[in-house]
Design a protein around this ligand. Structure first.
Ligand SMILES: NC(=O)c1ccc[n+]([C@@H]2O[C@H](COP(=O)([O-])OP(=O)(O)OC[C@H]3O[C@@H](n4cnc5c(N)ncnc54)[C@H](O)[C@@H]3O)[C@@H](O)[C@H]2O)c1
Ligand SMILES: O=C(O)C[C@H](O)C(=O)O
Length: 308
């Protein structure tokens, strides 16, 4: 199993590290445009191999796509991150050009790859790959919901005073400060609805804290987060590589599902060796349906800024 990660910055390197530590891939190629940067990150990561007990071979290359040839999975993390006070949508001007050229170069050398898009604004970058390549929709996956759901579970556990392993929950919708739809009515603590433990007001607070999870970290760090994003990407890569048939909320191209068309947005999907093997349509209540429609309108508005 060969995995390429484009962008050896904070998220790309963290993602490569988690993939290696989980020890399911034979090879990870890190590629960056900055001379020597990916080579340096790869060498540093390889020097963790004997310490952390993995056999995955990590190599770094400066913009040489021939070294990525034959990749089964390619992750796009190249692009600029936001600074405090910015929205993800403000990154579109620079990141759209990067994502378009990177996806084309990747597919030239790995025509059978499954692409995972991470660069922001992620739903629109995923749509851009859909619009500018010939890849079938099941092989274009946007990562956002897996991360947002991890943050939701963190906030739920905090409010419940429970261990995170006891908590389950999912965030669908757009990966933006206003567009996320944390499904509080579906969230559980060891199979019991969390509404049995938390007031409506407290649950509303959990949802709001979840939606601004990325902005909160950006304010604290001065740039956006990387550990949980890297871990979330590695989870998707593993589900595909190991044909796990796991359900994650991912940005997928919709053709009628959830009453939505011609956009990529976060919905639960089954991930396996074929990529998105199916989209799971769950019953939403009226308020959740309205939030999903509003979220989709926001994503479509950002898509409208693309020159495709
Ligand atoms: N979808 C998500 O949940 C999620 C989570 C975290 C970050 N992000 C996004 O991921 C992106 C990367 O974030 P980061 O913190 O790793 O940024 P970073 O600045 O640390 O790393 C980005 C890397 O991309 C490289 N790069 C730029 N143009 C390139 C090109 N054409 N080809 C190859 N490499 C190129 C840069 O040299 C840099 O090393 C940002 O857009 C950020 O908003 C998304
Ligand atoms: O917040 C960001 O800009 C980065 C990423 O989308 C995140 O949610 O951490």
């Amino acid at each position: 199993m060969k995995v390429t990660v484009v962008g050896a910055g904070a998220v790309g390197a963290s993602c490569a590290e988690y993939i290696a530590i989980k020890n399911f891939a034979s090879e990870v190629v890190l590629l960056d445009i900055k001379e020597g940067f990916a080579e340096g990150k790869a060498m540093d990561l390889m020097q963790c191999a004997s310490l952390n007990g993995f056999d995955t071979r990590i190599t770094g290359v400066t913009n040489d796509y021939s070294k990525t040839a034959g990749s089964d999975i390619a992750v796009i993390t190249s692009g600029i991150p936001r600074k405090p006070g910015m929205t993800r949508e403000e990154l579109i001007g620079i990141n759209a050009g990067i994502v378009k050229s990177v996806s084309s170069s990747l597919l030239e050398h790995s025509p059978n790859a499954i692409i995972i898009v991470v660069s922001n604004p992620m739903d629109t970058m995923t749509y851009l790959v859909h619009k500018t390549t010939d890849l079938p929709k099941e092989r274009i996956i946007g990562m956002g919901g897996a991360l947002d759901s991890a943050r939701f579970k963190y906030r739920l556990a905090e409010a419940l005073g429970a261990p995170i392993s006891d908590v389950d929950g999912m965030v669908i919708g757009g990966h933006s400060d206003t567009g996320m739809v944390p499904l509080t009515s579906h969230a559980t603590r060891n199979s019991i609805k969390v509404s049995e433990f938390l007031s409506a007001d407290r649950l509303q607070q959990v949802a709001e804290d979840t939606k601004v999870g990325g902005a909160t970290l950006t304010k604290l760090l001065g740039t956006s987060a990387w550990y949980a994003p890297g871990a979330a990407v590695s989870g998707l890569v593993q589900a595909i590589a190991c044909d796990q048939k796991k359900i994650f909320p991912c940005s997928a191209y919709l053709e009628g599902e959830y009453g939505l068309n011609d956009l990529c947005i976060g919905v639960p999907v089954v991930l396996g060796r074929g990529g998105i093997e199916s989209i799971v349509e769950i019953e939403l209540d009226d308020a959740e349906k309205a939030k999903m429609q509003e979220s989709a309108a926001g994503v479509s508005k950002t898509n409208g800024l693309l020159e495709v």
